[in-house]
Structures are given as structure tokens and as C-alpha cells.
Design a protein around this ligand. Structure first.
Ligand SMILES: C[S@@+](CC[C@H](N)C(=O)[O-])C[C@H]1O[C@@H](n2cnc3c(N)ncnc32)[C@H](O)[C@@H]1O
Length: 280
């Protein structure tokens, strides 16, 4: 790939999705954009680059942006955050919101939906305690294709074998040929929308719990800070934020504070785990 084409694509991707690509990732750009060039009946990446320069076709730019997203996810990914959610965050927020009886949970950058549905499974287990509560799970992702996958709730054998306990598989999924379809009951607990984390987040409303995991790693420092600031505006003081295992707020923003003794869990300062049993 020509250096000027690489630079043009990487600038475009940074602007549209926050993705930072260094020149050693040229192979990634090539392998992921070739199918886009083929889909648009182009001979190769040079033609794709020329078209992008000369014709600002939104559908083409979307295809390029989506092709470069990494959609890796799994049910109960890393397990610990979900144990912590069940044992600590949920009981504490149920205490503090006992009068209001409502909780909104956001799976930001939800990919194919495993995170949102893992949370739905936990909430389903706790249904008796949550009787009369209004619980909402909202999943968002920049990729329209991923959002459609989330809504369909259909997973491959490989996907349901990763992290999903067999009891949960039997309880919540129906086998359909070589695929597994999540139950209508869980599907109606979550809604999914296409949304860019770099855009205006305010129409999404306020969330008590935000899972924003394994997406900030693709951004540079200023973009991480901007996204975290925007997320903070969508949360109450005692709301909680989950980041991925390789992510932190330290050195990026001081809006969020680590919740003492709870790795990977952050709040704006108003959430306390004091007096609760530590997870795991
Ligand atoms: C590696 S997946 C993480 C999925 C899930 N959160 C998890 O931890 O398993 C990253 C997701 O972030 C999405 N993404 C990347 N840039 C985004 C942006 N600017 N706004 C919203 N979603 C974005 C990608 O489409 C992809 O599905």
C-alpha cells in the first residue's frame, strides 16, 4: 500500500471512530479493506483510496470504518467483572435506589451483544429480588452490522462455548441447526442501537452502570479522555464504570476514581463498596 494512501485511511479512521493505526499495521488495513474494495467493484486499495479522496460517499466511508473495527467479545468475558456486578454493584445500587426502583445499564461498544446478554442472564437470576423494578439494558456500537447481530441474538457453537456456563446455555438458548438462539425473554431485556462514542452521547440518557470495555485501547490519550468525559456526563455521582482488563483511567482523566479494593471498577466518587462482601 502506498504511504500516502495509508496516511489518508488512518486519518479518516481516527476522525470517524477514534481508531489509531500505526504504520506497522498497514497489513491489517490491507487485509480488512480488500473485501470492501471488492464489494464496491474496485480493483484494489489504490482505487479505493482515490475514490475516497474524490467522492465523499457516506455508505463507502461507513463500510471502511466498520471493516476496521475489531469485534472480539465473549459471554462473561474475564468473569470477575460479572461476579463483582452480581455480588457487589447490583446489591449496593438496589439499596441506594430502593425508592426509585429503576436501573439503567449501558453496554457501550457492545460488539455482538455477549456483554449485554451476560448482564441480562444475571438480572434474570436475580428476578425475584428485582420484582417491581424497571431495569433497562442498552447496548450500542458503531457497527451497524454488529447491532443487527445483537438484535438477532444468534450465536455459533464456538461463541457459546466461550465463557458461557452450560447451565446458562441450556436455560437461555435454543439450538437451531448449528446456531444457538437466545430466548425471547432475554432479548426483550436489552435494546441495541448504532452509536458512535465520539458523538453526542446525551440522547442516550443517564446510566447507573456503564460497561465500556475493550474499546478505549484502540484510541489515543486525548480521545480516551474525551470519551470518558462524555460518559461521565451520562452518569450520576454514584454510578459505576467498568473498563477492560488492559484499560485504566489513571493518567487519562481524574473525573473517574477507582473504587477502592475493586479492580477495573470506577465511579465519579459517590459509589462505595464499604460494608459489602468483596467479589471473588
Ligand atoms: C473488542 S470489541 C469489545 C466488545 C465488548 N465491549 C467486550 O469487551 O467484549 C470493540 C467494539 O468497539 C466498537 N467500536 C469501535 N470504535 C467505536 C466507536 N467510536 N464508537 C462505538 N463503538 C466503537 C467496535 O465496533 C467493536 O464492536
Amino acid at each position: 500500500m502506498r504511504v500516502e494512501d495509508f496516511d489518508m485511511f488512518s486519518t479518516l479512521l481516527k476522525q470517524r471512530s477514534g481508531l489509531v493505526l500505526t504504520r506497522d499495521k498497514a497489513y491489517l488495513l490491507e487485509s480488512r479493506l480488500m473485501p470492501v474494495a471488492r464489494k464496491w467493484n474496485m480493483k484494489g486499495l489504490e482505487e479505493l483510496a482515490t475514490t475516497v479522496r474524490t467522492r465523499k460517499d457516506e455508505a463507502l466511508l461507513r463500510d471502511i470504518t466498520e471493516a476496521m473495527t475489531t469485534n472480539e467479545s465473549s459471554f462473561f468475558r474475564d468473569q470477575k467483572p460479572f461476579d463483582q456486578f452480581r455480588q457487589l454493584v447490583l446489591p449496593r445500587l438496589m439499596e441506594t435506589r430502593a425508592a426509585k426502583r429503576s436501573l439503567r445499564i449501558w453496554s457501550a461498544a457492545c460488539s455482538s451483544g455477549q456483554e449485554a446478554y451476560s448482564l441480562a442472564m444475571i438480572l434474570n437470576d436475580e428476578a425475584a429480588k428485582l420484582a417491581g423494578w424497571r431495569i433497562e439494558i442498552v447496548g450500542t456500537d458503531i457497527s451497524g452490522e454488529m447491532v443487527e447481530r445483537c438484535k438477532a441474538g444468534v450465536y455459533t457453537q464456538f461463541e457459546v462455548q466461550r465463557g458461557l456456563p452450560i447451565t446458562m446455555l441450556v436455560k437461555h438458548f435454543k439450538q437451531n441447526g448449528d446456531k444457538w438462539q437466545i430466548s425471547p425473554q432475554l432479548r426483550q431485556m436489552a435494546s441495541f442501537r448504532e452509536w458512535n462514542l465520539l458523538g453526542d452521547l446525551s440522547p442516550l440518557g443517564q446510566f447507573d452502570i456503564v460497561f465500556c470495555r475493550n474499546v478505549l485501547i484502540y484510541f489515543d490519550g486525548p480521545t480516551k479522555a474525551k470519551v470518558l468525559e462524555a460518559i461521565a456526563r451520562q452518569m450520576p455521582q454514584d454510578g459505576v464504570l467498568y473498563l477492560g482488563g488492559a484499560e485504566t483511567v489513571l493518567g487519562i482523566t481524574d473525573r473517574f476514581k477507582p473504587v477502592e479494593g475493586q479492580r477495573g471498577l470506577y465511579s465519579l466518587g459517590g459509589f462505595s463498596a464499604a460494608g459489602m462482601k468483596a467479589a471473588g
